[in-house]
Write a protein that binds this ligand. Structure first.
Ligand code: NAP
Length: 254
């Protein structure tokens, strides 16, 4: 089979997935298909072809992999997209094809950081000091966990508005990364933020909020990452490209 005929499915929804698609198309002569969850109304589309929407669990994805004669799945989903990664690893096992994953390095606390690591949003909502002014950077899906904390004042930043209208103590700020240190600093000052809640997403695009929190001596509630399946991993799109290309060249892909 020619290199171009080997179909590679990228699981996307991140900047790294777009970078990987571009590297595979432009540098490796491959023709990947990127899958997007279909949550954002105007997603940035990747190089190569793409599709959108869920597969219907691991079973549905296994059927898709077989139907589309996919030879390898490169999972470049967000570190917190745990269900998609678990389904993908299981579907690849079922379909008897390879599964590789991008693992973006987590953020590490440094001198001056006041982080509290918690397991989930329920714990985070319970841990907020009474009457605190909170900056929430966890996306739109999980903000319902903070609906009952009406003693606090919350500024919740996200890309798309939440499905359920939030109660009056939660203000929504729609914005798309990247964010700069200066802008984060100014925002926290203007809104008199006292505590941050965020996911340990890693990466540069959303890290400035942590640098601003350090400069302002603000506490941060840091949500720990969910477990992802064991798989050959790379930390960067370039590393994952090399892994994919090596597998294709070694004939280990189909
Ligand atoms: P999730 O909880 O792991 O996935 C829930 C379901 O959404 C999956 O079971 C799957 O539905 C569908 N899905 C997720 N990613 C998909 C993809 N790339 N292509 C097709 N279907 C997908 O995922 P999530 O946390 O909601 O994230 C959704 C998307 O947003 C992901 O692509 C992720 O990379 C991106 N994202 C997530 C975050 C975050 O904080 N979670 C942040 C930035 C970007 P079926 O079971 O029907 O197949």
């Amino acid at each position: 089979m020619a290199t171009r005929d080997k179909k590679i499915l990228i699981l996307g929804g991140t900047g790294e997935a777009r970078a990987l698609a571009s590297l595979l198309v432009k540098e490796a002569g491959l023709a990947p298909i990127t899958s997007l969850a279909g949550r954002t109304s105007a997603p940035e589309t990747p190089a190569g072809s793409w599709r959108s929407g869920g597969f219907g669990g691991a079973e549905g994805l296994a059927a898709y992999l077989q139907g589309e004669t996919i030879a390898l799945v490169a999972d470049a989903t967000h570190p917190f997209a745990a269900a998609m990664s678990a389904n993908a690893a299981e579907a690849c096992r079922k379909a008897g094809i390879g599964y590789v994953r991008l693992e973006r390095p987590a953020w590490e606390r440094g001198p001056g950081d006041r982080w509290q690591d918690l397991a989930n949003v329920t714990e985070a909502a319970a841990a907020l000091p009474r009457s605190a002014r909170v900056f929430l950077a966890i996306g739109s899906r999980d903000i319902t966990a903070f609906f009952a904390r009406n003693d606090t004042r919350v500024l919740a930043r996200m890309i798309e508005p939440p499905k359920a209208a939030p109660p009056p103590h939660i203000d929504i700020l729609l914005a798309r990364p990247p964010f700069t240190l200066q802008a984060e600093y100014a925002l926290f000052k203007e809104r008199v933020i006292e505590v941050l809640v965020c996911k340990n997403s890693g990466g540069e695009a959303t890290r400035a909020k942590l640098d601003a929190a350090r400069e302002m001596n603000l506490p941060v509630i840091m949500l720990k990452r969910p477990a992802k399946p064991d798989a050959p991993c790379a930390a960067t799109p370039e590393g994952l490209r090399d892994l994919v290309v090596a597998l294709v060249r070694a004939g280990k892909v189909l």
